[in-house]
Design a binder for this molecule. Sequence first.
Ligand SMILES: Cc1cc2nc3c(=O)[nH]c(=O)nc-3n(C[C@H](O)[C@H](O)[C@H](O)COP(=O)(O)OP(=O)(O)OC[C@H]3O[C@@H](n4cnc5c(N)ncnc54)[C@H](O)[C@@H]3O)c2cc1C
Ligand code: FES
Length: 290
Amino acid sequence: MTTNKKLTPSTALHPIVTPILNVKTETPRNKRFTLSAAPIARIATPGQFMMVWIPGTDEIPMSISNASGDQVEFTVARVGDATTALHKLKPGDLLGVRGPLGEGFVFPKKPKGKALLLVAGGCGTPPILFAATTALETGFAVDVALGATTSEELLFQQPFKELKLRNLVVATDDGSEGIQGTSVDAAAFLLEANSEYAASLACGPEGMLVNLNLLLQKFPIPLQVSLERYMKCGVGLCGHCIIDSKGRRVCHEGPVFDVKTLKNSDFGRWTRDSTGKRHPVNPTDTTCPS
Ligand SMILES: Cc1cc2nc3c(=O)[nH]c(=O)nc-3n(C[C@H](O)[C@H](O)[C@H](O)COP(=O)(O)OP(=O)(O)OC[C@H]3O[C@@H](n4cnc5c(N)ncnc54)[C@H](O)[C@@H]3O)c2cc1C
Ligand code: FES
């Protein structure tokens, strides 16, 4: 079974201008925004994203952290100009949103008695919350490895607890909550008890995704990773987010990729800044890029 659905070109290219319905402070760095955007909410799948236009500031990519009924949510870490401008907005203020964009996670056909291992690191947690909710609704057993730098930056611990997860293992870099370590250490902890997963779905800093891929080499568990690259158009036109010689674009063929298809790509090696200049990815850096 696949949860991917075709893009709706009208909402991918032309923003829906819509008021913010609710803003919730989730951590000192993260706020969750709820919007009314039925054409996006009705077809969005976990791992897809939206281009969010902040009038007078910028348009930036944001993963969908939930979609239900006519409402869609995204969760913003304050890192620079656009995200700071977003954090200042209140219910009633207007935003433009285009989407849902890209290809999300593909749930495997459900092999009886198997589960999914979802791994979320810091800034990568929003799409994993949406994936966990959808996977449970689809009938999978779900284990989540959730990591952050400190306990106060642990995102969505409460919403994850409210889901009927089979296991939730938390890790913090400073050991202020759960295991001391990263979400990859939390995943290793889960794998010690049970390695019978149909797939692993992950989002977070690229160093974390590289380490998770290394860990999963020891297990026959297919891994899908959601990548982050600097985006301009968000719909495959400008080529800014190309990650390999085949011309695959993170905004169009991704942001979720089967890690096996990333062997000869920039994954874990190169990223680009807003000017297009390439910079090496530091695979030992497990903090969020932005
Ligand atoms: C598919 C996708 C989904 C995303 N989902 C979310 C989400 O759910 N929540 C969230 O908070 N953020 C998400 N991001 C990241 C978010 O888009 C950036 O943090 C945002 O664009 C930064 O804008 P800014 O103007 O505030 O910061 P800027 O001033 O533009 O940048 C601040 C710093 O972050 C770096 N940076 C900015 N964007 C990126 C990037 N894409 N990759 C690497 N470095 C970058 C800049 O080089 C700079 O050092 C996502 C990005 C992508 C590509
Ligand atoms: S951002 Fe333009 S092709 Fe991906």
